[in-house]
Design a protein. Sequence first.
Length: 87
Amino acid sequence: MSSKRIPEIETQRLLLRQVTTADLDAWAERVFADPEVMRFMPKRDMTPLQRAERAFNNYNRLWGERGIGRYSVNTRVLNPLNTSVMK
C-alpha cells in the first residue's frame, strides 16, 4: 500500500476510519461467519478469518492505488460526563 493517508471522518455519533488488522477477528466473526451474510457470497474454501483478511487487503489496496476504499464505521456512546467513547 502507498503512504497515502486515509482520511478519518468524525461526527458526534460516528467515527469512520481505516480498517486495521485489529478489526479482523471481530469482522470475521460478525460478518464472514454469519450464515445469512455468507449465503450471498460466492462459495470458496476459505475460513471466515481468511475472508476478512482478503477483504482487508483488497480495501487497503484500493486506497493505495486509487485513493478510494471502505471505512470501518464505529459508533460513539456518550458517558455521563458528556464525552464520547468508542463502542
